[in-house]
Design a protein around this ligand. Sequence first.
Ligand code: NAP
Length: 289
Amino acid sequence: MTRINGQTRIVGVIGDPVQHSRSPQMHNAAIVERKLDYVYVPFHVRSGELQEAIEGFKALNVLGVNVTIPHKQTVMSILDDVSHEATLIGAANTLIFCDGRVSGDNTDAQGFLRAMTEEGIDIPVGGSAVVLGAGGAARAVVVALALSGLDLITIANRTEWKAIQFEKDLATISETEISAVDLASNQLNLAIRSADLLVNTTSVGMQETDQLLIDPDFLNPGTIVYEIVYTPPETPLLRVAREKGCQTIGGIGMLVHQGAIAFEKWIGIVPNVETMRIALKQALYQKKL
Ligand code: NAP
């Protein structure tokens, strides 16, 4: 890293673990390409040390950090300012340090939407979506869709009470009707049959042996299938959807765009998303593209 000098500014990512993160490759590729005097560094921050780490970043004049597992929710209580989207999502994935204060934002929702738009896929305003899962990523997806003007979002989760909690928490953020159903119910089948969009936000699909969470007989060729899992590039759900003739979108675009939005917030320059995507794919799939 000979390009680092006395004026180099630091951005990075905090998590525990953090060594699996591919964000350093993605961000540093964009930094180098634009010949910017910044460096993106992974910081291993344990749960009991989050507050100290935040104070340390302020003292060291760090510009900003991404936040990953397990800090996305817990960091919220130590922020000076929180964006509207981060408040609705209940988690921050991007921190910005300025004048001794730390503000938190969440770029996952916008990243999810931008990836769709980039693929030429219209957000089904006035239509319906089914979201599988009720974890952290699901919340960002449901907020993104609810704020985009869908009529109905049906959430199905293995642990049903978490989906019911979403229904309660997010019922009033827009006009969108939010409804929780059992993952094994016929209500889910019916919702899938009439959905404009089906999004998998569970971690199911990361393993080749993972079983489908839905009955593909209810999947219509007119339904857009959005998989936010990004390894492997084609999950069993995406394969089935492609075979059915559905328009499909994988998770890599969301990952690139949530990073690009954070980059722009810190540095004030729009990065080259293609450079970020290539670096990310190389890092994730370990091959030269
Ligand atoms: P999380 O908060 O731990 O939530 C995991 C979700 O998966 C929960 O709804 C969980 O259901 C469900 N799940 C896990 N194993 C399951 C199984 N065997 N059967 C049915 N449901 C199961 O995780 P997260 O942060 O939301 O991340 C979820 C996935 O999204 C991960 O693969 C992550 O890599 C990916 N992701 C992608 C992006 C992107 O930019 N593309 C961004 C964020 C996350 P229960 O509640 O019943 O446990």
